[in-house]
Ligand binder design. Structure first.
Ligand code: WQD
Length: 350
């Protein structure tokens, strides 16, 4: 059984990918400093898979502690690297923190890949590397323009770093460019746990609907799109997770054409903010409390994927549509509220 190291394994996409890897016969260990995630996520993974996943609570910026993980696990066959800060707005306010965290962590990891000759490396990249595209849908050959944020810049630099490294070290790497990962595992045992006020659209919708947030704002409805609001390619987190398993299997079976093949992970369908809200209202039978607000700086007007490469080369089949994305996100929010109410009741009884 091949052992895979997942960095950021307690996070949103990392945890869903661990479930998929285990269900496809891989042995998994995680490294996550839990600065933006919780170890309780591992309990959810265990409930779904029956497997206890070991997490090394290590900051990848600490080379000695990162190196020690590889000393202890000389049989690591592959790495899937999620651990990074990813809030676009925060990255604009704190660029140095983003460049230090996202780049130093990656560099330390690659030093270990080299020393321990780890053959397979999958990188969590992002459609933000395309900037504001001139032509949509974007293919993997679409030009990467100046990133709209330091976050996007760290993804662009990460891709360059890994490509140069993999070419010289003959590592087999893959760069997966996610569009907008949303939703939650159908079991409701794992899902997205945004820290503080959610930046992203779907958690903002579900937290407004559940009452955690009084009202949400649509950031602009005066764009040149069919209803004036921005267009994105929302993709279920479980579909994203399975693409990572397929990417590893693609490398293990020597199907890659270069040392850093690139794949878009999106549905290929563009959905506007207002359409996403309408879909949520339809599945929840609720009227969402929102207002049209000002545009958000750095927002891309419209982007969605041409995903042919991932479908044809990885054998990727998308299972979830927008309805299920909204339904699973809402079910997860409802579950979190039930758990919170239960804790409140227990506190009253004690
Ligand atoms: C989507 C749309 C907002 C909140 C994300 C991740 C980034 C990357 C790409 C993976 C925009 C609008 C949002 C709200 C709103 N993913 N919106 N009101 O900016 O596309 O980037 O996906 O790497 O890491 O951040 O996603 O969900 O923030 O915004 O109107 O309260 O929803 O303006 O048009 P974005 P998002």
């Amino acid at each position: 059984m091949k052992k895979i190291l997942v960095t950021g394994g307690c996070g949103f996409i990392g945890s869903h990918t661990i479930v998929d890897l285990i269900e496809n016969g891989f042995e998994v260990i995680s490294v996550d400093d839990n600065s933006r995630s919780s170890q309780t996520t591992l309990l959810g993974i265990e409930k779904i898979t029956g497997k206890k996943v070991k997490n090394y609570k290590v900051d990848l910026k600490n080379f000695e502690e990162t190196h020690a993980i590889f000393q202890e696990n000389k049989d690591i066959k592959g790495i899937i690297h999620f651990a990074a800060y990813k809030a676009v707005g925060e990255s604009v306010e704190q660029p140095l923190m983003y460049y230090e965290n996202n780049m130093f962590g990656l560099i330390n990891l690659l030093k270990c890949v080299k020393e321990f000759a780890v053959p397979y490396f999958v990188f969590s990249s992002s459609c933000t590397v395309y900037g504001n595209p001139d032509k949509i849908p974007v293919t993997e050959k679409s030009p990467t323009k100046k990133a709209e944020s330091p976050y996007g810049a760290t993804k662009q630099m990460g891709e360059t770093l890994i490509t140069d490294f993999s070419f010289i070290e003959k590592t087999n790497s893959i760069l997966l460019r996610y569009f907008n990962p949303v939703g939650a595992h159908p079991s409701c045992e794992i899902g997205e746990l945004p820290l503080g006020k959610p930046m992203n659209l779907i958690p903002a919708i579900t937290q407004t609907a559940i009452g955690k947030i009084e009202k949400m704002y649509v950031h602009g409805n005066d764009y040149a799109t069919r209803d004036g609001s921005c267009i994105r390619d929302y993709i279920h987190v479980c579909d994203i997770a399975h693409a990572h398993t397929l990417a590893l299997q693609y490398l293990i079976n020597n199907k890659n054409h270069s040392n850093a093949d690139i794949f878009n992970l999106g549905t290929g369908d563009g959905v506007t903010v207002l359409e996403a809200i309408k879909m949520f209202e339809a599945i929840s039978n609720l009227k969402l409390n929102y207002e049209i607000g000002p545009r958000r700086p750095g927002d891309v007007v419209a982007i969605y994927a041409n995903n042919n490469l991932a479908v044809e080369q990885l054998g990727w089949k998308i299972k979830y549509g927008l309805k299920e994305m909204m339904q699973t996100a809402w079910d997860w929010e409802l579950k979190l509220k039930r758990e919170k109410d239960l804790l409140k009741q227990q506190a009253k009884l004690n």
